[in-house]
Structure formats: C-alpha cells, structure tokens
Design a protein around this ligand. Structure first.
Ligand code: SF4
Length: 375
C-alpha cells in the first residue's frame, strides 16, 4: 500500500462524492491522464510569428486575444472528451505557440512589474519592488504534501519564497517576509525539473504556493515550456494579481485554490497591509468562477471576524461562485507579529472558538455551500 493512502484514506474516499467528481471533473481528467493539461494544449496552438521579434505590448495582447479563441476551442474539445491525451500526442508541435506568446507577455510585465495590484512598476532586472524579488525565484522547499484538501493529496507542492502581502499572523513568515531568499535560486528550467520530479513521484498536481506564487509568474509560465509530463497545474494564492497577470495564467491553470480571507477592504488593510483587497479578489474570483475551471476556495476563520469577514465572504461565494467547493478553515492561531505583540492585535490574539467555528459551518450550510467534502 502506498504511504499516502494509509495516512490520508479520505484522499481516495472523497472521489465517491458525486459533487466532487462533478465540480472537479476537469482536474480529475488531467490528473488521471485522460485529458492533456491546459498548458500542454497551449503548446499546440500555433502562432505565425516569433513573439520575441520586437512587437509592441499592444500588438502582443491583440494577438493573444485573437489566438485564444483557437485555444478555447481545443480546450472545449478536451473538456468534452473529444481531445484525449493520446489524441494530443499525435498533434504537430508548432514552431511558436500560444504558450510562447504568454511567456513573452510575462517577461515584458516583469520588466515593469505589475504582476500584482501593488503595481510597483519596477524593472526587476535592476530593482526590487514590494516583494523584494528580482528575476530569480527562490524555492524554499518542494515535496509531496499530504496535508492539503483530500482531492489534492498527494500534492506536488512548490513553496516560493516572498509574498506581496504582509499578514501580521502569517504562519510562513520566515519564507514570506523575514527571509524570502532561502532554498534554491531557480529559473524556469529548475522549476520544470522539480515539476517533472514531483509528478514522477506520484503527485496528483503541481501546487504553486508560497509566500505567494504571483511574483514568480514569469518563471512559472516559462517553466511550462520545459515540462514534458502531463500534470494538473494548481494556483494556490491570495489572488491579488492584476487582470493582465490573470489573463496570462488563466489558460494554464487546471484548478484554483484561492484564499478568500476578508469580507471588506479595511480588515485586509489592517491585518495584511494591502489596499482594495476585497475589490481585487472578488474581481479575480468572478473571472475564474465564470471560466468553468474547478475551484476550491479557502476561507480562514479569524476570531472576532465572523460578522465582518466570514459571513460576507461566504455570502459572496453563494451568490457568485456556486461551482466552488469551500474549505472553511479552523486552524488559525496567533503567529508572528500577533504572537510577538498580542496587545496590538487583540481581536485575533486567540484561536477561533468552537462557537465561532460552529457559526461559520452553520452559515455555510444555510447558504447551501459545498464545504463538508474539503473542510
Ligand atoms: S509582484 Fe507585485 S509586489 Fe512584486 S514587484 Fe511586482 S507588483 Fe511589486
């Protein structure tokens, strides 16, 4: 018996749920090598020019939006079972592809960085923005993660150093805030090698997480050029990326695992030092939820934030994203700045109480959300 099946028997049992099979259908097709992953499809959609030939950014985006129609046709075929992984292997590989175009776009953006809504607009070849990263990524660790939601286990998780948030209670503060330069200094090729290794070791997906993966989009997108194994791509993020960045990765991720923590902008501003949180994250989630992609939304219940955060977050999901599975998470504990100065953050200086968690679950239940399978 494989080790993870002993430790997480629910990772197999969860697929007995009709809801899970229906809501995560695309992910399951790629995970089981029935369909090619989206990044594999993007490699087969031809473009008739070299994206590095000096065109303007506007010209590249125009080409992107027009070629995307061809990509979506192929994706539809794959979703309907009319483009299997075996069919895919028979398709010719073009000299330049839709994926090459996305790589060029990502590298243009990192040179005036606006991957996330901090919009530092620095050329990261020479300067650092809020996240303190240059062009290289830092992979602090990677392994088969057995602690993620049941349908994702074992998850081939890659932890990228650095973050574009500054959560005062961050549990990964050592890699996200204090020292983001730990581990392996990596470019696209190293990230690709790690992905192939993890899939060959039995990963059901490649889980890009951190910190946050957003500042690493240029390297992650380019890495997909070099990945030769079929594996679902999973975006595990605070979802504070810009619309441009989302337009690049939306055709490459097979499943989304966003955090949706705050039900308003002011709690986010105080506890994660980020502006317009609710506006940005709901804008991005709306785009993903209407794309038909599988999505598991995580909501971390914060003590004393049931009315201002938990309720509005769950209500928003019920109104705007019925296709989501929802993980209502009770594992908050005061860490990092909250642990060091609890008097400054009295509201969140304890764990959520049993009553608060019961309230959160009952509210999810009342809204008809599908949360039990992954919470
Ligand atoms: S990823 Fe975000 S925080 Fe980092 S430099 Fe770019 S815009 Fe700034």
């Amino acid at each position: 018996m494989v080790f993870w099946k002993l430790v997480r028997p629910d990772a197999e049992a969860v697929w007995n749920s009709e809801k899970v099979r229906r809501k995560l259908k695309w992910y399951s097709m790629v995970m089981n090598d029935i369909a090619p992953a989206k990044f594999m499809i993007a490699k087969k959609v031809p473009i008739d020019f070299n994206p590095g030939d000096g065109r303007s950014l506007d010209e590249l985006w125009d080409a992107h939006d027009s070629i995307r129609k061809e990509f979506l046709k192929l994706l539809d075929k794959a979703r309907n079972g009319d483009l299997t992984l075996s069919d895919y292997k028979e398709m010719p590989t073009p000299q330049y592809s839709f994926l090459d175009l996305k790589v060029e776009l990502a590298w243009r953006i990192v040179r005036e960085c606006r991957f996330c809504e901090r919009r530092c607009l620095v050329n990261r070849e020479a300067k650092r923005g809020f996240c303190r990263l240059g062009l290289k990524s830092y992979i602090t660790t990677y392994f088969l993660h057995l602690g993620e939601e049941a349908p994702l286990v074992p998850s081939g998780t890659i932890f990228y150093g650095s973050c574009n948030f500054k959560c005062v209670y961050c549990q990964n503060y050592d890699i996200s805030q204090e020292n983001p330069y730990q581990g392996i200094e990596a470019g696209a090729k190293e990230i690709a090698i790690i992905q192939e290794y993890l899939r060959n070791e039995g990963a059901k997906n490649i889980n890009h997480v951190g910190g946050d993966p957003t500042p690493n989009i240029h390297n992650i997108v380019e890495s997909l050029k070099y990945v030769r194994v079929n594996v679902p791509q999973l975006w595990n993020s605070n979802m504070y990326l810009t619309e441009e960045a989302l337009a690049i990765i939306i055709d490459l991720m097979d499943i989304w695992l966003p955090d949706f923590k705050y039900g308003n902008n002011s709690c986010a501003s105080r506890l994660s030092l980020v502006d317009r949180y609710y506006d940005v994250v709901t804008r991005n989630l709306k785009i993903i939820c209407s794309s038909g992609d599988p999505i598991i939304i995580r909501h971390l219940v914060l003590p004393n934030h049931i009315n201002c955060c938990t309720k509005p977050v769950l209500e928003w999901i019920a109104l705007n994203c019925r296709s989501a599975l929802v993980n209502v998470m009770g594992q908050y504990r005061p860490e990092y700045m909250v642990w060091r100065s609890p008097e400054k953050f009295r509201d969140i200086s304890r764990r959520p109480s049993t009553e608060e968690m019961e309230k959160a679950y009952k509210f999810a239940e009342k809204l008809g959300l599908d949360y039990e399978e992954v919470s």
